[in-house]
Design a protein. Structure first.
Length: 277
């Protein structure tokens, strides 16, 4: 028996990276999955986004765990499209218990940008990371409340959501602002939904070995920015990056009844990063 037998989880950014890892981990604990991804590139972002083929691969990996997954293409910035995808998944699977607001981008640039480019980066990252999280939770709330069984909402933030770094360009500042912003969403939703026994928490990973952290644009930004790539961005514990599964372990815990009275918490999964700074 798994910790999440019979439950259904909604995961954004499910095509690859942490989203895929969360889907497979929660399925391994007995949950069925509703997974969405944009499956298209965002022009302002500096690396390729997940694809329909990768989303289909996530579905196959979930099925290997003996669970069902309803995959759909949806942009978290589009509330109505996102809600339609979630509603269709709930209609198919019959309930909703867990929400992983995981979708996010980090449009870093290593060259000097025009103000128009900076504004484009800012709007894209805040749109996906902050507005997308709001849309995800708002779309899920009616299903969680109407279910009458409580629930768990886990929002992916970052160490950047607890500390101030990222440079001064629109993408870096937007990433930091959005990851701080979702903490405000979490705390507000945690208070509002507590009477329904719906818990809301954030997880704050240090660098994770996914496309967001390991792509040419991010590598060059770290190398060429004086405040980037230095010792202060290294983890105190002897690990350069975490693996997606390390974050999924924390997500699975927060989704489970073992965390039934944990809400309103910003949980670092960061090899000591935030304690160091």
């Amino acid at each position: 028996m798994g910790q999440l037998d019979g439950k259904v989880a909604f995961i954004t950014g499910a095509a690859r990276g942490q989203g895929r890892s969360h889907a497979v981990r929660l399925a391994g604990e007995g949950a069925d999955i509703i997974g969405v991804d944009i499956c298209a590139d965002i022009p302002a972002n500096s690396y390729a986004m997940g694809t329909r083929e990768e989303l289909a691969e996530t579905e196959s990996l979930v099925k290997e765990q003996g669970r069902r997954m309803i995959g759909a293409v949806a942009d978290v910035r589009d509330f109505h499209g996102l809600r339609a995808a979630l509603d269709a998944g709930v209609a198919e699977l019959g309930r909703l218990d867990i929400v992983c607001a995981n979708a996010g981008i980090a449009p870093m640039a290593f060259r000097e940008l025009t103000i128009e480019e900076e504004l484009e980066h800012w709007e894209a990252v805040v749109g996906v990371n902050l507005s997308g999280t709001f849309n995800t939770v708002k779309a899920a709330m009616p299903h969680l409340i109407e279910g009458g069984r409580g629930g768990s909402v886990i929002i992916t933030s970052s160490t950047t959501g607890l500390r101030g770094f990222g440079g001064t360009q629109g993408g870096g500042v937007g990433y930091a602002a959005s990851k701080h912003g979702v903490v405000g969403l979490m705390r507000t939703f945690a208070n509002a939904l507590a009477p329904h026994s719906i818990r809301v928490n954030t997880v704050h990973p240090t660098a994770v070995r996914t496309m967001m952290a390991v792509n040419p644009g991010m590598t060059e930004w770290l190398e060429q920015n004086p405040e980037g790539g230095g010792p202060h961005l290294q983890n105190p514990m002897p690990v350069d990056m975490l693996e997606p599964g390390d974050i999924s372990d924390a997500v699975a815990f927060l989704a489970s009844d073992q965390a039934r009275f944990i809400t309103g918490v910003a949980m670092p999964v960061d090899a000591g990063f935030c304690n160091k700074l």
